[in-house]
Design a protein around this ligand. Structure first.
Ligand code: PMP
Length: 423
């Protein structure tokens, strides 16, 4: 290796904080609270993640010292707020390695990102009657319903890639499904219900060989793995700030410049125009033409702070810790008599859905909540997955890098208590 490069690489590794889970937990104030007089065990990270002080402080700082509307004012505070907000866009661009900040559209979250693409493409020439969109059986409702709405309006057919019993996509079926009628593939990177990490690069490459663009729902991948949209070569990527240790109400849509330029605005209003007359309106450049109205300025700044927080660590080290949690929790849960894990894919993130005999998941969740253990129960906004496994609901424990092996042990103790109660 070139010695300059060697030094540059070494420096960047050295600059990363060493990872000590107990030290890291101190950065998240909520993790030291008690629930039902027990220390909180927060295992609902696929629903939303907790926020470090730095994120909370960045938003409070904005409101205390910088609050002004952005892009429009020439005064000091407006310029300061604009700079902080646009800096956050740059951080998002780097977080997912987009080519340009113009490719980062701030939205409310993954749901709004997907709705933006579907509504905008619906108004464009991209889709015509008889065209097809491919999604999968393991999609979150956010990556199903917007396409159904579009299909109704445009007379388009929705095709669904099936999953096998382990909860993996049937890639051969996908390959048979795609044709000259396919105009978009939209699939989840990591399933929020099953934990499956999908081979999205293979899907993207294959779709591109047919000239078909691909949207990746990255709501669950952004928090767990280092995303590189240029390496993936996806055409769109959607994620939510609140699942990457940032605030709610903010997220990003990445779109390749060629697509964002071709797509018409989805909402109209202030801040997205170049000139308005009653006869004609011309729109601003991307990404602004997709950002009508006053945005979530504090949210954008908070998301930037969340990205800074995550970036202080080597992402591989965070992933190793989560993989250890997944492995340990899987082993421990499988020792519980009558417990069955739903979603046993070879490649998984730290999300475990399970059922225990005929105990309703709501009972499991309610009982362990009395011990301060927070898990999710229900269909997790993936009703087709529940139908696939013929289940009304599952219980789901989902881990973040601040969780510990001791918390897994507490979950196991809690589940034994549940079983005892139903004996
Ligand atoms: N996709 C997946 C895979 C998700 O897990 C979620 C959130 N549970 C969403 C989309 C929607 O995210 P949001 O509600 O933040 O828009």
């Amino acid at each position: 290796m070139n010695s300059n490069l060697e030094i540059a690489n070494k420096t960047s590794v050295d600059e990363k904080q060493t990872f000590d889970v107990y030290q890291v937990r101190k950065d998240f104030p909520i993790l030291s609270r008690r629930v039902n007089d027990k220390p909180l065990v927060y295992l609902d990270n696929a629903a939303t993640t907790q926020k470090p002080d730095s994120v909370i402080d960045s938003m409070s700082h904005y409101y205390k010292f910088e609050n002004a509307n952005i892009h429009r004012g020439l005064h000091f505070l407006s310029e300061l707020a604009t700079e902080s907000y646009e800096k956050a866009r740059l951080k998002v661009k780097e977080f997912i390695n987009a080519m340009s900040v113009a490719e980062i559209v701030f939205v409310r979250g993954a749901t709004e990102a997907i709705n933006l693409v579907s509504n905008s493409l619906c108004r464009s020439e991209h889709f015509g009657s008889g065209d097809e969109i491919i999604i999968s059986e393991m999609e979150h409702h956010a990556n199903i319903v917007p396409w159904q709405l579009l299909c109704d309006r445009k007379k388009i057919k929705l095709k669904v890639i099936p999953i096998n019993d382990e909860g993996e996509l049937e890639i051969d079926a996908f390959k048979k499904m795609i044709s000259e009628k396919t105009k978009l593939v939209s699939v989840v990177h990591i399933s929020n219900s099953l934990g499956t990490i999908n081979p999205v690069k293979e899907i993207i490459d294959y779709a591109h060989s047919f000239g078909v663009p691909v949207l990746i729902d990255g709501a669950q991948s952004a928090p767990h793995i280092k995303v590189d949209v240029q390496d993936l070569d996806c055409d769109f990527f959607a994620f939510s700030g609140h699942k990457v240790f940032g605030p709610t109400g903010i997220g990003a849509l990445y779109g390749k410049t060629e697509y964002l330029n071709m797509m018409p605005p989805y909402q109209g209003g202030g801040d997205m125009i170049r000139k308005v007359t009653f006869e004609e309106t011309t729109f601003d450049d991307i990404p602004h033409k997709f950002e009508a109205g006053t945005p979530n300025i504090a949210g954008g700044i908070g998301l930037g702070a969340a990205i800074d927080y995550v970036n202080q660590f080597d992402r591989n080290v965070l992933k190793e810790h989560e993989d250890e949690l997944l492995k340990y929790a899987t082993e421990k849960l499988l020792e519980i008599d009558g417990l069955k894990i739903i979603g046993t894919a070879k490649h998984k993130a730290s999300v475990i859905s399970f059922i225990i005999k005929d105990i309703h998941p709501y009972d499991i969740g309610t009982i362990i909540d009395t011990d301060g253990i927070a898990i999710r129960t229900g269909h997790h906004c993936t009703q087709p997955i529940m139908q696939r496994y013929n289940l009304p609901a599952t219980a789901r424990a989902s881990f973040a890098f601040y969780n510990t092996l001791e918390e897994v042990d507490k979950l196991v103790v809690g589940l034994h208590k549940v079983i005892k109660m139903f004996r």
